[in-house]
Design a protein around this ligand. Structure first.
Ligand SMILES: [Fe+2]
Length: 304
């Protein structure tokens, strides 16, 4: 989710491996003529790890085109991932596994038993959708690039999660400047199979469909950011991650306990607090329990 609905350009990060979850919901930039005369569907910023890699840029365009040609209702197109892309996935999974054991909330870990992602190969969205169909009915719908925050949230009301399919650049496997298939699947897919997570996502969707005021929607987007992307919950006195941005980010999971200011879960304050998607989060909010967090979110969203 972005601070501004008009912010539709990919966000450039300068360090670390953290992912700007839906601060930059994937973008569909206008097609442009490339120097070689080809259509460039996906624009990368000059400091993107893949900016100087012509093969990677072509790959991004290929995967974006799959989504652009996709017609809702058909099976989600399968991406023929390369050995290099599968290797990046394996690398990320290996690094995140011990961190999940230490920091993931129990609801996420429980959901991971229902949505079992293969650690050695990148799962296909269509296959994950088949698992989700028997666990609450959410589904992934492929998108080529950034959509507006309101559009992203509105689809949640239909139990539909807009998702990218591309892989981050292989040169920095623990870093991505945009939400990629790692973030979508490791951060979000299991949560969509967990009833409380799914309910919370749907609540945001219904709020987005109902609300028209852009300032109010900015607050809703911040709330999504601080809860389902970067939220924490207390379990037996320990801090656990519920947010997909945290759960899919090696660097942020490693450091948040020492470096972030941990505040009590407070939807009003969260909706009024801007965030910086270009760096590790300096403020995180922790709920006393996951159930109480969802109740607080529900009450607040319904009050808008
Ligand atoms: Fe996300």
């Amino acid at each position: 989710m972005s601070e501004s609905e008009s912010q539709v350009r990919p966000i450039t990060l300068t360090h670390g491996d953290r992912i700007p979850p839906r601060a930059a919901v994937p973008v569909v930039p206008p097609p442009e003529k490339h120097a070689g005369g080809e259509i460039e569907l996906v624009e990368l910023s000059a400091d993107h790890p893949g900016f100087f890699d012509a093969t990677y840029r072509q790959r991004r365009n290929e995967i974006a085109r799959l989504a652009l040609n996709y017609v809702d209702g058909a099976p989600v197109p399968r991406v023929e991932y390369t050995p290099q892309e599968h290797a990046v996935w394996r690398d990320v999974c290996e690094h995140l596994k011990p961190l999940h054991e230490r920091y993931a909330c129990r609801e996420y870990l429980d959901a991971c038993t229902r949505i079992q992602l293969t650690p050695d190969r990148i799962p296909q969205l269509e296959d994950v959708n088949a698992m989700l169909a028997t666990s609450g009915g959410f589904r992934f719908l492929p998108v080529a690039g950034l959509v507006s925050g309101t559009m992203f949230l509105s689809y949640l009301a239909q139990k539909t999660f807009l998702s990218t399919q591309y892989m981050r650049h292989h040169s920095v496997p623990l870093y991505t400047p945009e939400p990629d298939v790692v973030h979508e699947l490791i951060g979000h897919s299991a949560t969509l199979a967990q009833p409380l997570f799914a309910k919370a996502n749907e609540m945001f969707g219904h709020a987005a469909v109902r609300l028209n005021d852009s300032d109010v929607m900015t607050g809703v987007a911040r709330l999504y950011w601080y809860s389902l992307e970067f939220g924490l919950v207390r379990e037996d006195g320990a801090l656990k991650a519920i947010g997909a941005g945290l759960l899919s980010s090696f660097g942020e999971l490693e450091r948040f306990e020492k470096h972030a200011s941990i505040r009590p879960f407070n939807p009003e304050e969260m909706a009024a607090t801007p965030y910086d998607p270009t760096t590790y989060q300096s403020i995180l909010y922790v709920g006393e329990s996951f159930e109480s967090m969802v109740e607080q979110l529900d009450r607040f969203l319904q009050s808008l």
